[in-house]
Design a binder for this molecule. Sequence first.
Ligand code: FES
Length: 142
Amino acid sequence: MALYSEKVMDHFRNPRNVGVIEDADGIGEVGNAKCGDIMKIYLKIENDVIEDVKFETFGCGSAIASSSMATELIKGKHVSDALQLTNKAVTEALDGLPAHKIHCSVLAEEAIKSAVKDYYDKNGIEYEKEKFAACEEGHCCH
Ligand code: FES
């Protein structure tokens, strides 16, 4: 069996939602200290719904495919639904990732959480701190 699924290859070669949103309502940037990869997510939010999402990923093919798939999965969704997105769901939607590449999908989950947190912080919206434990633990870049 090929190491990467067709879906991974497709999202790596033709990533969806690449770019920047200049007037983003929430921006999340996370990095993995071990591999040095960085992922940035931009959210345009209206009435708590993600109207648009873009990403910039400086990283491996799996990180690019994970960002692409993750942005597709949260587009048009309520921010609270985006917060539920797990790296497992991203991996499953990609028809799997090799074990040593699972951390790439974790980066996508954390980048989205970080962007939603930024949106909440900017708008003075209350949230449960434990939902963002990973950010607090310093996995995020900032
Ligand atoms: Fe680190 Fe893929 S190798 S994000």
